[in-house]
Design a protein around this ligand. Structure first.
Ligand code: RM4
Ligand code: MN
Length: 396
């Protein structure tokens, strides 16, 4: 690699220092597939311990100060106390994720259920999540609906859209002026025939109807294979409707593997669109895009996997920041197909690890977060300490 020009290095380093990545509380708990959950030693027993693990990720990476919570998996009596605990650990509660997919009542849907009583219950939960946000100081409410049908004719598509719109409107109206609603879409699963919010277009249409503070969230695992996700990123950015990401990677369906593991090039292409639009940090033209991890570490050590994921996002971002925009635009304007592609590939093929190591040193961090974490003995400590009780998982 040719040496980076000092001004390029300084520009990229400054952006990397300012980048923020939110980790998810459920990544620290036990998880698995519908076939088996393999419990791990040292897994948190409650949201307080999840926050402690998240704080460790932040301690070693320096860029992960917030933690997304999932209600009711992270149910506590006193959210103000939980928020205080987070502050003491050096982190903060981030996005609040609603859960209207695990009660028996939701067999035929939550906010789209044919039964008005079930719809009321689901909306009640969404409103409660806004109460939680008020207490934790969270900015974003993230909504993912498992709603859908398994058989043609099972329910009326347009009526279900009406029910969804009504529920979203009631929840949106409850938000404070500083709070946002992030609407997530997913192609299929658990519904197999029709999903009520299957794609970005549907999410976008609902967000447009709701207003400015309703935004689309892109979970990278929620598309059909081969979908050009960076195109969706670009279109939503242009419309001012990209609220955030749930990062993860997938080989087949919604695999929830570590971001950047399956397809680091796709992650680079996504971050390239973000950098092009000056949307990387709140200071840019686009304020407040949430860069979140939504992953499950079923067989690998969880905290280390979250650290790895943060580093993967940083590496993709660093490469995206190295794209020479002037050269790219010149090649594009000249119709130089291969030249333009080469500009992009040059950046992608740069080894940014030395740059990131020095950025971490500048931040007073160990240049090797994974090595530092392993040497810290934290895993051995929690394995010894967290004995007894019920480990956190998807039910708790
Ligand atoms: C869903 C969706 C949500 C996440 C849950 C755990 O598939 O991606 O964002 O909160 O899973
Ligand atoms: Mn998600």
């Amino acid at each position: 690699m040719t040496e980076l020009a000092p001004e390029t290095r300084a520009r990229v380093a400054a952006r990397l220092r300012d980048q923020r990545i939110e980790t998810a509380s459920w990544a620290y708990g036990n998880s698995g597939t519908r076939f088996k959950v393999f419990p791990q030693e040292g897994v948190p027993r409650d949201p307080y311990e999840k926050l402690a693990d998240a704080a460790v990720v932040h301690r070693f990476t320096g860029v992960a100060p917030t933690v997304a919570l999932h209600i009711p998996w992270d149910l506590v009596d006193d959210y103000a106390d939980l928020a205080r605990h987070a502050t003491e650990l050096g982190v903060r509660a981030g996005t609040i994720n609603a859960n209207v997919f695990q009660d028996d009542d939701y067999k035929l849907g939550s906010v789209t259920n044919p039964d008005p009583g079930v719809r009321r219950k689901a909306i009640g939960h969404l409103l409660e999540c806004v109460d939680v946000m008020d207490r934790t100081g969270s900015r974003d409410l993230k909504l993912w609906f498992s709603d859908g049908t398994n058989y043609p004719g099972q329910d009326d598509v347009r009526t279900r859209q009406d029910r969804l719109a009504a529920a979203l409107a009631e929840t949106y109206d409850r938000l404070g002026t500083h709070q946002r609603m992030l609407l997530e879409y997913k192609l299929f699963e658990p519904a197999f025939y029709m999903t009520d919010v299957p794609d970005w277009g549907t999410a976008y249409a609902h967000c447009i109807a709701l207003g400015e503070r309703a935004q689309v969230v892109i979970d990278t695992g929620h598309h059909a294979p081969g979908t050009n996700i960076e195109f969706i990123v670009a279109v939503l950015l242009r419309a001012g409707k990209l609220g955030g990401f749930d990062f993860n990677s997938r080989f087949y369906a919604d695999d929830d593997l570590m971001v950047g593991a399956a397809d680091p090039f796709q992650l680079f292409r996504i971050m390239h669109e973000i950098v092009l639009a000056d949307a990387l940090s709140g200071a840019g033209a686009y304020k407040g895009i949430a860069f979140m991890l939504d992953q499950c570490h079923n067989i690998e050590p969880k905290i280390q996997a979250v650290i790895r994921s943060v580093l993967n996002v940083q590496e993709a971002t660093a490469k995206a920041l190295l794209v020479d925009h002037d050269a790219l635009r010149a090649a594009q304007d000249a119709g130089d197909v291969l030249g333009a592609n080469e500009v992009l590939m040059d950046a992608y093929n740069t080894d940014v690890r030395p740059l990131l190591r020095s950025v971490r040193e500048d931040m007073g961090l160990d240049p090797d977060p994974i090595g530092a974490y392993r040497r810290s003995g934290y895993l051995e400590k929690i394995r010894a300490e967290r004995v007894g009780g019920t480990q956190a998982g998807w039910g708790a």
